[in-house]
Design a protein around this ligand. Sequence first.
Ligand code: AMP
Ligand code: ZN
Length: 466
Amino acid sequence: MALRLHNTLTQELEEFRPAQGNTVRMYTCGPTVYNYVHIGNLRTFTFQDILRRWLRYRGFTLNHVMNITDVEDKIIANAAKQGKTLKEYTEIYTQAFFEDAHKLRLEKPEHIAKATEHIGEMVEAIETLAAKGCTYVSDGSTYFRIASFPEYGKLSHSDFSGIRSGARVDVDEYDKDDARDFVLWKSRKGDEPYWEAPLGHGRPGWHIECSVMAMKYLGETLDIHAGGVDLTFPHHENEIAQSESITGKPFARVWLHSEHLQIEWQKMSKSLGNFYTLRDLIDMGYQPEVVRYLLASVPYRKKLNFTFDGLKAAATSIDRLRNFEDRIKTKRLHPGVNEAARQRATEALRRYEESLDDDLNTAEALGSIFEYIRETNTALDEGTFLEDNRGDALRVLKAFDDVFDVLKPTQTTTTLSDAEVDQLIAERAAAKKARDFARSDEIRAQLLQRGIVIEDTREGVHWKRK
Ligand code: AMP
Ligand code: ZN
């Protein structure tokens, strides 16, 4: 079965193939760098990383562009408050984003495009739209007239035909009920940063940057355009209107939207203040790969409710995977091959691949891996897993880790001395004796985070460094 992805445009599961050769030309909307990204944003970026890795696993080459929105209302307000230039201010959060992405093992897209480095091209695009009669000027700002694009609404599947032409909106984010002509070029206000252009002193609206940068690097019709579900309207709808008005061609063949990370069943967002950053969670002692696992474990089109229990369960799952890997790599085995064990590996791999081919069903894919681990552990206990089965098991683990990438522990700089390890192990034993299992689990997790693996045996606790 070939890879199938859910296209927001057609609302159908479609077999995916790039339009030209083997290369997937993909654009994803990147962060607005006005603050640290939160783990909700990172859920969307993790989904895109899983997508990248699965496309490559399936033999495709990637040409992926991600933008950095480094000029926008909130950025301008914050930079002014701190007495920084736009560049000084955005550089801090751009670098912070790259650091977080690196910690979360998100592959770097082939191109990172900053909005402020493409102002000239944006002005040209707006002029082209003006020449085609899709814009008008009011109070010095240029607006896109949505009535000039009869297909407006086709992505969000909304009917905007009754909309009053001439009603305008200057802000970049608004609801469907508020659909109005949107701003392409905002005239300069007060001492806000601005660019000189034939359109007047001003700055671009948010939507035009993605149309321009996507088409500059990837051509007029992309294979995939992706983002969080909140971008469907108005951002992506506006991108389609701008791009297709310029070229007369479909802007993207496949549109993918990932669902939100929630907390207490509400969208995690900066404006609600109900968010954690990756830095917060690392400071609490969680390894980045635990966050990665949690974010990747729920299929991207399902909401994910963030809880600390969920995070702990992710840490336990990673432990189980690493212990299994360790066992497979180090256990002494009898020579030969066991056919049933070989069959299990083939079957696990088949189910794993089928699940990810099915619109990246990560939950099913993980299910097949854990079932394989359970069965194989039994076979190892019973002696029905032989030397020549080792390679099959390692292949299953590699297929898993090529996409999920959680097996290698993050190197922590702080190492524990032997005496400190013994001390923690003694504390754990005391906690167990007092039946405080939450505390004893916590100590075990702490040790693991610092690269210490412990094993309870009949002779007492053994420990080793990873
Ligand atoms: P922004 O920095 O606000 O432009 O957002 C960057 C990306 O994060 C976009 O693709 C958003 O759709 C996505 N995003 C924002 N909040 C959440 C959330 N709670 N869960 C998942 N994705 C989100
Ligand atoms: Zn965008």
